[in-house]
Design a protein around this ligand. Structure first.
Ligand code: PEP
Length: 253
């Protein structure tokens, strides 16, 4: 069975004491996950050691980074590399979130380099893609997302692509309270899987976990995750409330 993943994206939120309380609540109430399920916490980089310590011992719980630089080291002030993250046990890295694409001008080719860097460490890129509202309204979301995938991921080998987790996040649904309907999510997730089936094979495509992101909360997670091509979610706002996020973890298939 494909990995089913509930991934939290804390973004640039919480003081250290707030983070500490949230992690304690999560550790105290979190469910036992099955072999094919994972809970991933992309916390602000400075809280990674705290999160690692607080979530220690919870099976299938992983602390993640929200970003990394493609180079291993060097004169890149303010940046953190994939090998540095791996050296502190962080093996999941979110790449290409729409906020980074928009506010930090991250291009498809730059994201291809970052993906290579993460895979070189044996780590897991959680690669974000998704269209803005204008594209959705024009009905061209499939080709828009396909182009993002082609430009950043199609150079990967069969073995490499199965290590990538995709997070489909329609930009119009991120932090807006608007969620894609479960039918809309299923439709484009199935399309994304078909893109990988055409490039690689159906067997390869069937191994790739595709998460949905965009205003997932406790009240809609079960419905969205029940779709056959939706393998969990990448969650922003609702991941900052322990009861919400635990319910989202519990909604995994
Ligand atoms: C996100 O940040 O990836 C996200 C999906 O945010 P939200 O759940 O708040 O829409």
């Amino acid at each position: 069975m494909r990995k089913q993943i509930a991934a939290a994206n804390w973004k640039m939120n919480l003081s250290i004491s707030e983070a500490s309380i949230l992690l304690d609540q999560l550790a105290a109430t979190s469910p036992n996950l099955s072999e094919h399920q994972e809970a991933v916490f992309a916390v602000p980089a400075i809280y990674i050691p705290l999160a690692t310590q607080k979530l220690d011992g919870l099976n299938h719980f992983y602390v993640a980074a929200q970003n990394c630089h493609p180079k291993a080291n060097g004169a890149y002030t303010g940046e953190i590399s994939a090998p540095m993250l791996a050296s502190i046990g962080v093996k999941h890295i979110v790449l290409g979130h729409s906020e980074r694409r928009e506010y930090f001008n991250e291009s498809d080719s730059f994201l291809a380099e970052k993906t290579n860097a993460v895979l070189s460490e044996g780590s897991t890129p959680i690669f974000c893609c998704g269209e803005p509202l204008t594209i959705r309204e024009a009905g061209t979301q499939n080709s828009f997302v396909e182009t993002q995938l082609i430009n950043s991921l199609f150079h990967l080998s069969e073995e490499q692509i199965t290590k990538v987790v995709i997070a489909y996040e329609p930009i119009w649904a991120i932090g807006t309270g608007k969620t894609a309907s479960s039918e809309q999510a299923q439709e484009i997730h199935a399309y994304i899987r078909s893109v990988f089936a055409t490039k690689y094979s159906q067997a390869i495509a069937d191994q790739i976990s595709i998460l949905y992101g965009g205003s997932v909360k406790a009240s809609n997670a079960k419905q969205i995750f029940s779709q056959p091509d939706v393998d969990g979610g990448l969650v922003g706002g609702a991941s900052l409330i322990a009861t919400e996020f635990v319910a989202i973890i519990n909604a995994l298939k």
